[in-house]
Write a protein that binds this ligand. Structure first.
Ligand code: Q46
Ligand code: ZN
Ligand code: ZN
Length: 325
């Protein structure tokens, strides 16, 4: 960055975005980041000021940045923290919960929903993973299933217009790369900044999907957002991390490669230059007999099958909007 100047005010720059040919000072970078988020929200018709939005916060930089930016933009954004009960030798869930609570303490006018998996269902994510076939090896498949179920339930029971997640460009490009390598046409049809509401499924949006991970990190740092630096202990060795590394090598040689890869995919699909048909089973969804969420399985959905034989009666996760702190 030595010697680089902010394009707007000529003060020393704190970040240089080669793919945008743009260097900015701290003040103008924060301004740019917030304005770019607003542009993405409008471009993809994510939500408006009249809508209540639920932000899934993990305590990491991406999700807390998202909540922070949405609040700065004046959106009605509430938080949802899911306590997975993961320790990893350093108290991963405990620390991340503290970070989320500390952030929320600065925004007491907004709601924070906390769902503790062990308190609600009787076992933490690693415990369910150890007990069930699906969790053999790594708990990520079980964890993803549980998180999706809870996010969807809280979004719907709480009457939110959309569920927002902090996925950034590096995440999206890695998933796209993975899906292309395996020609996962069903996933390729659905990977998008906005997933419209489906039967029993909340509308999902990703307002940070056009920012590089380092841009989100720079925002969090400059705003002084206190987040958990450690990744989930189970993320080590994840396939997406490997794909991220490959894309980083590409990016090094060809700045802007990830940006182009992801955004040109979206553009080409939008213009009908590439088309994918959804998996056929997607049309055969019906409500789970127990929880009512859509499933392709007969009877119980995969989430409810995790707790078969030991289930408590499902309680609403959002009791009433007044009773939630
Ligand atoms: S799925 Fe797996 Fe993550 Fe769950 S167990 Fe950790 S790494 S948190 S995104
Ligand atoms: Zn400046
Ligand atoms: Zn179910």
């Amino acid at each position: 960055m030595a010697g680089m100047r902010c394009r707007k005010c000529h003060a020393p720059a704190v970040i240089n975005m080669r793919h945008h040919k743009l260097a900015l000072c701290a003040e103008h970078y924060l301004e740019w980041f917030v304005a770019q988020t607003q542009r993405a929200i409008e471009k993809y018709h994510m939500f408006g000021p009249e809508h209540r939005v639920l932000v899934a916060v993990s305590g990491g930089k991406d999700s807390l940045t998202l909540w922070d930016v949405l609040l700065q933009l004046g959106y009605q954004a509430d938080g949802l923290y899911i306590d997975l009960g993961i320790d990893g030798g350093f108290g991963y869930s405990k620390i991340s919960r503290e970070k989320v609570l500390a952030f929320h303490a600065q925004h007491p006018d907004r709601q924070l929903h906390i769902v503790d998996v062990r308190e609600t269902y009787g076992e933490s994510v690693p415990e369910v993973a150890r007990r069930t076939r699906r969790g053999r090896g790594k708990p990520c498949s079980v964890c993803g299933l549980i998180k999706r179920h809870i996010m969807n339930r809280v979004a719907r029971e709480g009457g939110y217009y959309a569920l927002a997640t902090g996925h950034n460009l590096d995440d999206e490009a890695a998933v796209l790369f993975q899906n292309v390598l395996h020609w996962q046409t069903g996933y390729l049809a659905r990977q998008a900044p906005v997933l419209e509401e489906g039967e029993g499924l909340a509308r999902k949006v990703k307002p940070l999907c056009r920012f590089y991970e380092r841009e989100v990190a720079a925002y969090a740092l400059l705003r002084g957002i206190d987040y958990i630096y450690e990744e989930c202990p189970y993320s080590v060795g994840a396939k997406t991390i490997y794909y991220k590394e490959l894309l980083n090598q590409l990016e090094l040689k060809s700045p802007g490669a990830k940006h182009q890869f992801y955004l040109q995919f979206l553009e080409a699909r939008k213009r009908g230059r590439i088309t994918f048909t959804e998996d056929r089973e997607a049309a055969e969804l019906h409500p789970c007999e127990r929880c009512g969420q859509p499933t392709t399985a007969p009877g119980l959905c995969a989430f409810c099958r995790l707790w078969e034989g030991r289930e408590k009666t499902p309680q609403p996760l959002v009791a009433t909007s007044e009773s939630v702190e």
